[in-house]
Ligand binder design. Sequence first.
Ligand code: FE2
Length: 450
Amino acid sequence: MADATAKKKVPTLMAATLLGARLGGSNPKEQVKLKVRMEKLKESIVREATVREAEMRDKEEKSAIIAAIDCLETTKDQEEAIDRCFDILRERLGHLYRREEQFKAVRGAYDESSSDEEIDEKGEGEGARGRVPGDVGDLGYWRGLLEREEGPGSDGVRPAEEPAAPSDPLDMRRELRNRGFLRVRGSLPSEKASASKAIVCKLRDAGWPPVFCFLYDAPWDLVKASWGQAELLLGGPCVLEPSLAAFLLDHRRSTGGERYVGQNFALPHRDYTYSASTFSDGEPKILSVWVPLNEVTTENGCMYVVPREFDENFDKDGTYEHMSVQTTGGMKDRRFLNFPINGAKPLPGQPGDMMCWFGNTIHWGASCHSAGAADPRASIALVFRRADAVQEFDAKACLTRQEVERRLAEAGSAEERLGFVKDALGYFEHWYDVPKGLREAIGDAGGGSK
Ligand SMILES: [Fe+2]
């Protein structure tokens, strides 16, 4: 697979080499140097892709094996333990069979006789030579087209309108599965969202990052309301990953190049692989949930997702490009996207809405623009997991409803609630820098588990 990936990249490398050869003239020494460079580039791609694939697979196998052993060791009822073990192993095998089919399709797909240029030319030619449905030189033909259209507008074109989101749980699940994301309008208590917005602003004024909002009740009321929605969408009891996140963007700090706790996660990414996100029948076992605390717009930093229909690598977790949705190339650190940006969908919303997507749906948080700087995006983000899904062997244990209630009920001391914040801070350190003074202030040794 890694080799196939490298082969696909070779034409690009070859083009760079040919261009370099042209610039370098016909000097044989220069040409040899360029060829060597191309070979080295190819080798480095193979090496990196191989290591990444192996790491991903090993982690998946380990998680399944450890979960199975753990189940045999800790479940008292032997019959129940064996049944659960079978489930875990069958699940894993389901994903392996699925991948095997994908590998067959990839093997031999590279044909040295074809090139991107040929494909483009052929496609264009066919389109240009295609059927002409009328006399294009006759204005009457073009006017007639509009007359045949039905619609309320004077030009016969219906105004663009977002289709209403389904409200029936079965329809919602179908839409989530088909599109890879879902926006559920007005499904959460909007007054709790507004109260949470006020909390993150007060925290900011006092010098605390927004994730400290999890010391208060209003954001937890939103978490609990989202929990019910997640169980409806995932079709069973869920647990909550401790990777809680809260955001309050700051246009001035971002444009100044600062990496601060609570900033947007701006680069397109998948949180998990396809097989970590779904059961072997394709149903989601993880739901990423995103809750706006104020009105979120395309000006103040809304989320963007790549709908499943545009994401050809959505379920191709055996390919290098699956998790590397964007790569930074050698040409002056330019970024290359492994998905079509033209399919990206912004997700504006109101307090009380809930956005959610598969764990492997490509997403990112836009930056706050100057036009939205007066009321920048505030939001919280959560990850729910079906309680019966195998967790990665090295992940921090998920929270059950009972545990959350117990910890929130702890009176008199902030210790339990601060524990949520400390865990949460550690998860996203690759996006921002946690000030040393902040860690010291809350007695946190640092080092997240993910
Ligand atoms: Fe993410």
